[in-house]
Design a protein around this ligand. Structure first.
Ligand code: PLP
Length: 388
């Protein structure tokens, strides 16, 4: 297909051509790449639950008992007791009346936004929001207004100047996935309420990470469950499985079951993923010390990188970006780390702004201080080399 060539050539020339890395997981913090065991700072398995024996056993038993796939869409034959049990458990965990599973978190975001909003509506979206939120806004056809988290007051002005512009929905991530910063959900929720707007929160990187019990961003700010009208989460990060979910009031969930196309026209989540996530949710609630361990090692990482003189971003989350700048420097650093047996991905535009390339370090409760020291030493060597 000739027409693809100029596109690929352009990406190659700009240092933006992406390639897949085959990284087979080995335990909580190692991966095998090209036959070499590497220390990984590249996953979202924040609480080291994806390979937990109880999670694996639950998933294996579910596959054994019910088969690997759900066999059908949820509205036909694809709803099992595992789905409904997990939905009830997620509703109880988040403190909402009901919850609905989606095959992925991506589908949850596009499915909610496109079902709730129309061209006559206005969506107020943080400029750092994840691609799944951006795509959901696009699909909905609603008019988009972008605001900057650092200037939450501006959101108030925007909302005020759009009174009468249909339904007004504010959507934000809780922890921005490439920056590791926490959205000021306390202020945003107040502003949304003052202006009678609907608030949608994507807590993908907050669940299992924020709050003393890992209940997410609302617990972090001491806010009650109903603070966000629509609460989106994923099972694919701290819960070590796969799938997304939406929690909210009963009417919201009934509406989505009837109107959300990415829910209706997709096969249900696999029984193994449901059972694995259920087991992980149980462990998270039984062992809150995993959350404090993750917090401690994330703080240690941030401090160590700062002490090494690196440009480090983010708040007290498990995502620690090390900003390096241009694409080549970023990708050379990732390659050099890999040569040292460390896997930490380089992130380039369009995922982050031009000139803000970074190594995205993500932590797990399984990481040790020795692991972090190895990473910092390797990064220091790498950057020294590139300066010479
Ligand atoms: C903030 C945010 N929302 C949603 C998603 C999508 O979740 P999933 O990987 O379960 O599709 C991601 C995943 O990268 C994310 O970072």
């Amino acid at each position: 297909m000739e027409f693809l060539r100029p596109f690929l050539k352009d990406l190659r020339e700009r240092g933006l051509l992406r390639k897949l890395t085959t990284a087979d997981a080995e335990g909580g913090r190692y991966v095998v790449i090209d036959g070499r065991r590497c220390l990984s700072f590249a996953t979202n398995d924040y609480l080291d639950l994806a390979a937990h024996p109880q999670v694996r056993e639950a998933a294996a038993r579910a596959a054994e008992d019910h088969g690997v796939g759900a066999r059908a869409s949820r509205l036909t034959a694809g709803t099992s007791t595992l789905h409904t049990t997990l939905e009830s458990a997620l509703a109880a965990f988040t403190g909402y009346e009901a919850a609905l599973l989606f095959p992925t978190g991506y589908q949850a975001n596009i499915g909610v936004l496109s079902a709730l909003l129309t061209r006559s509506d206005t969506v107020f979206s943080d400029k750092l929001n994840h691609a799944s939120i951006i795509d959901g806004c696009r699909l909905s056809g609603a008019t988009k207004q972008i605001y900057d988290t650092r200037d939450a007051e501006y959101l108030g002005h925007l909302l005020e100047s759009h009174v009468g512009a249909g339904k007004r929905l504010v959507v934000t991530e809780s922890v921005f996935s490439m920056d590791g910063t926490i959205a000021p959900v306390d202020r945003i929720s107040k502003i949304a309420r003052q202006h009678d707007a609907v608030l949608m929160l994507d807590d993908a990187h907050g669940i299992g990470v924020l709050g003393s019990n890992g209940r997410g961003v609302l617990e972090h700010f001491g806010l009650p469950a109903g603070t966000a009208d629509i609460y989106v989460g994923t099972l694919s990060k701290a819960l070590g499985s796969m799938g997304g979910f939406v929690a909210g009031g009963g009417d919201l969930i009934r509406y989505l079951v009837n109107r959300s196309r990415s829910f209706i026209y997709a096969t249900g989540l696999s029984p193994a993923c449901c059972a694995g996530a259920l087991a992980a949710l149980e462990i998270l609630q039984r062992e809150p010390e995993r959350v404090s361990r993750l917090r401690e090692i994330s703080q240690y990482t941030r401090q160590s990188l700062l002490q090494a003189g690196l440009d480090v971003g983010g708040d007290e989350t498990a995502i620690v970006p090390v900003i390096l700048g241009d694409n080549r420097t970023t990708m050379d650093a990732a390659t050099q780390l890999l040569a040292d047996g460390i896997f930490a991905p380089g992130i380039r535009p369009p995922t982050v702004p031009e000139g803000r390339g970074r190594i995205r370090v993500s932590l797990s409760s399984a990481h040790t201080r020795e692991d972090v020291d190895r990473l910092v030493e390797s990064l220091k060597r790498t950057l020294l080399r590139s300066e010479c």
